[in-house]
Design a protein. Sequence first.
Length: 343
Amino acid sequence: MSDMMNSTTSQLRGLASGDRFKILGVLQQVKQRFDRNKRPFWEVALVDSEGTIEAKVWSDGKWWDARSGERSPVEPGSPEMPGVFLNAPIGAIGTVSEFKGKQQYQFSELFLLDPEKYPISGFIQSSPIPIEQMEEEFRALVAGCRPAVRDFLEKVFRGDTWRKFREAPAAVTMHHAYVHGLIEHTLSVTKGARALAQTYIDSGIDMDLDVVTAGGLLHDIGKIDSYRLDPFPSMTLPGTVIDHIALGFSRFSLLAGEHSLDEALETALGHILVSHHGRKEYGSPVLPATPEAMVVSSADELDFLMYCWGSFPESGNGEVSISDFLPSAGRRFWRPDTRKVED
């Protein structure tokens, strides 16, 4: 590889059109396409500990096997492609370009690297919030509930369930799709729901704050059965064909019976689990029908939208940043430059 300094995915977003770069990471996706002239090119996704970028490798791009320390060419049409490059450490040399006002990346050379010298674990993204801090916040929320709720939550979030929960991603793509992503998302939803609930409690709405807390902490428990790290976030078979809402309700119901949870409390919490996506077309079999369920559902959707807003890349050309249309959010996101507004 060249003598250029290695960049990270975050640093690449600050480069200008025409800049060259070198980057290390893991190829999570390699898809062959064909241009108008029937020439092959490849769409790839590279992951490092700071994020993911998508890039193109045109037909004149070079693929090298450098695992031994010496590079040897790999023909794109060979039987070992693209499998040998997938989920493997690679180095890439590329150039920043611009298309329709959006920053794009092109890799001109890719190098398959020795996994012993460049272990995949060094490129796996995890939550930017220290796990010790999140564990402390989680346990404080549990401890703040009344005994019946607190005791149940303590029995749920322990042992193997807690180990899986604290490590799991919250999704495969879109939001919090990294190690410790589920606990990060869960905390954001629970704290947001509690803040909403307190506002309405102060205005006279009869709402059980402990049910809101427990519902927020439990709402995505089915994701520990729906996603896995292998080594990157991926769907399990049950997660694909049953979905996390049904899996979560099933797990919750078994735990509620095992620990003799009060029937009224079980129903209230179960309703939050099955309704938290807010709409039937989003996967919830019922709509939120209680104040507690409505604030958890609202906080869940808002956390997803805020993550999408915060993670879409800057335009890179000095223009106001507007994202591509995001079907799952049903909108484009806008990041206005309020710094130009004078007091």
